[in-house]
Design a protein around this ligand. Structure first.
Ligand SMILES: *Cc1c(COP(=O)(O)O)cnc(C)c1O
Length: 365
């Protein structure tokens, strides 16, 4: 089976972890700050807080922003449920903004009409690694005095107008799950240029507890255990050294897709992008039935296709909890017709040729 996504762990990565085993630390050792400094430097941002998941990063970003009961937050429905689940966990009200059917990202032209006096923040998701239209979104956020949070779980290593994703929004969150740009097995990070957000998130990362001048632990806020371990931070640092190589390879895989598909027009191929980190390669069929049959055809050919993402508001939990009336026409179309083809750093050109041939044979080309 050709998997849709896969980690890339080499001997250097393994050695970095073994070295920590030999250092005497397992959890709160020096590797965490080393990893945070490297991440901040790579993303050209002042502060990085390493955490034990991308979901934890989202939760702490929302808490640091003081998002709570009564606040409305504008979000795209084309995302992993963690983006919106953590907003619900904070008591916020979700306002879904439709996507652009070509970029699969939030449609920035539809944001402004959703803003009310209760709107507190916009959460943008760089779906598939393609940065959102930040210039426009930042202008809207500034004009209406809203916070902008970037769920960059897909886009670590992506470029936006000659800078790396990470320092554009008020806060940016990353995930290091194995299928993402780099991995720490499980892990995530919060990036920001704002010292207050950073300090608050850091306090909440470890139970809201900090030491006073006498060295006693004192708890100031209701916090969590969202800490990453030294072992995994060392893996993260080693992976980060390889990130540019990973992004170059992902972009090469996409050029193979583009060359191999050629002028094929029976399915909608993703819009070209030199900026994307190409976490996912998603094509669309014309209708739901074709998508279903194409999926079966490719699975039979041992191609591990996937689906990113069902519309958040269509999940049973969301349907039962007040979102059954949501209509986003582009997202609804996307929901019925999108299919994710394999895209990761261990694929060969022959794999991509095989996948494209299988897609074309389905359409009798
Ligand atoms: C992976 C992912 C997350 C959650 O990250 P975890 O590290 O798995 O908690 C959040 N948002 C998006 C868009 C993701 O792809």
């Amino acid at each position: 089976m050709i998997q849709y996504g896969k980690q890339n762990i080499n001997d250097d990565d393994k050695k970095a972890v073994i070295d920590v085993f030999n250092s005497g630390y397992l959890t709160q050792g020096p590797q965490i700050e080393i990893f945070e400094k490297k991440l901040a430097s790579y993303c050209n941002v002042k502060y990085a807080l390493a955490l034990n998941s991308g979901t934890a990063a989202l939760h702490l970003a929302y808490l640091a922003a003081n998002i709570g009961e009564g606040d409305e937050v504008i979000v795209p429905p084309n995302t992993f449920v963690a983006t919106t689940n953590m907003l619900l966990a904070c008591g916020a009200k979700l306002v879904f903004c439709d996507i652009d059917i070509n970029t699969h990202n939030i449609d920035e032209s539809k944001i402004e009409s959703l803003i009310t006096s209760k709107t507190k923040a916009i959460v943008a998701v760089d779906f598939s690694g393609r940065p959102c239209e930040y210039e426009e979104i930042l202008n809207i956020a500034k004009k209406h005095n809203l916070l902008l949070i970037d769920d960059a779980a897909h886009s670590l290593g992506a470029d936006y107008k000659n800078s790396k994703v990470g320092g554009i929004a008020d806060m940016t969150t990353l995930s290091f799950h194995p299928v993402k740009s780099i991995t720490t097995a499980e892990g995530g990070a919060l990036l920001t240029n704002n010292r207050d957000f950073f300090e608050r998130a850091k306090l909440l990362r470890s139970h809201g507890v900090t030491k006073n001048q006498e060295g006693e632990n004192q708890m100031f806020e209701l916090g969590y255990n969202y800490r990453i371990s030294d072992l995994l931070a060392a893996l993260g640092s080693s992976q980060l050294d390889r990130l540019d190589e990973f992004i170059t390879k992902r972009r090469e895989v996409v050029t193979w897709y583009e060359a191999s598909f050629g002028s094929f027009d029976k399915a909608h191929l993703p819009a070209p992008s030199n900026e994307s980190s190409w976490h996912l390669y998603v094509i669309r069929t014309d209708n739901k039935e074709t998508r279903k049959l194409l999926r079966e055809h490719l699975l039979k050919a041992d191609i591990g296709v996937n689906f990113h993402y069902p519309a958040v508001y269509k999940h049973p939990y969301y349907q039962k909890n007040g979102f059954d009336g949501v209509v986003c026409p582009n997202m609804d179309l996307y929901h019925d017709t999108a299919i994710t083809l394999p895209c990761h750093t261990l694929l060969e050109k022959s794999d991509i040729d095989y996948i494209c041939k299988s897609v074309k044979s389905f359409f009798n080309e």
